[in-house]
Write a protein that binds this ligand. Structure first.
Ligand code: G1P
Length: 288
């Protein structure tokens, strides 16, 4: 099996949990501090050794892809002003990464978005990254997953333990522990009610798939919310080949809703050493 070199970032959702800003800006371009959310996903993909990214987006202008391409006019302007410090802040992923954008006019589920990218992926294993699952980790989570993939040569999904109350918010994995943090999956269910499963292992938005997933996606009927669910296609793939789940190491923030987005700002703000002290003083003052 080939190495994983390509990643899909589905970015065609409506972002309703972040309205009203997502009325005019897609949620992947909503910033966390000074970078759009999607930039965190792209740097994780690059740090995991992949070289090609496919955005599935509803925006025809390709604003997400444009963010990652060089803007020579802006660069020249900053050079003339001698602001090399600002040039360093600009996204600088090319030429080590190349970008593709596939158009999905109407959001019809995560599974449908992934299927849209099939021709850009071809017959090779690939990653899927959900941009609003921000995961800060010493070893990038996609790298943690490709390490498993290179060993097992089968699909692998990142999971974390959640509370019983949170079970209905996630795709849930049932499986047996076969190694350090590693499970062999027996069953997956999209957003079950707590009585449907005893498992607390929730799928978090990082996946590595064999290309066989695409055939399963084509056979997947509409599921939860009347949409084509990626988890349902995973259930079909599981009938034909083993799939693993890996309990990743790292801190995960769901930046897809308002409280999560605020937490992400604070998390990365607190990591900036130059702001850490002032941020704490300010934060303490709010609760004193
Ligand atoms: C999606 C997936 C779900 C997964 C979750 C992780 O749900 O469908 O299986 O657990 O992402 O964030 P969404 O959050 O888009 O409703």
């Amino acid at each position: 099996m080939k190495k994983v070199k390509k990643a899909i970032i589905p970015a065609a959702g409506r972002g309703t949990r972040l309205l009203p800003i997502t009325k005019i800006v897609c949620k992947e371009l909503v910033p966390i501090l000074d970078r759009p959310t999607v930039d965190y996903a792209v740097s994780e993909i690059q740090a995991s050794g992949m070289t090609h990214i496919v955005f599935v987006t509803s925006d025809k202008e390709g604003a997400i892809k444009n963010y990652f391409l060089e803007d020579s006019t802006l660069k020249q302007y900053l050079e003339e002003k001698n602001r090399l410090d600002l040039i360093e802040l600009l996204p600088n992923y090319t030429p080590s990464l190349s970008f593709d954008s596939v158009h999905q006019p109407l959001p019809s589920g995560l599974g449908a978005a992934v299927l849209q990218a099939q021709s850009a992926i071809g017959e090779e294993p690939f990653a899927v990254t959900l941009g609003d699952d921000i995961i800060d980790a010493q070893v990038p989570v996609l790298k943690q997953l490709t390490n498993v993939f290179d060993d097992k040569k089968h699909s692998v999904i990142s999971v974390m333990e959640v509370s019983q109350a949170q079970v209905p918010m996630y795709g849930i994995v049932e499986g047996e522990l076969i190694g350090d943090r590693l499970y062999k999956i027996n069953r997956v269910i999209e957003k079950p009610s707590p009585h449907q499963t005893k498992s607390r292992l929730a799928i978090i938005g990082r996946y590595i798939f064999t290309p066989n997933l695409f055939e399963c996606l084509k056979q997947t009927p509409k599921g939860k919310g009347g949409e084509i669910q990626l988890t349902d296609a995973v259930a079909l793939l599981l009938q034909n080949e083993p799939i693993y789940a890996y309990k990743f190491k790292g801190t995960r923030i769901d930046a897809g809703d308002k409280l999560g987005l605020l937490k992400a700002h604070l998390y990365f703000g607190a990591k900036e050493l130059k702001w850490k002290k002032e941020l704490k003083t300010f934060f303490d003052s709010l609760y004193s």
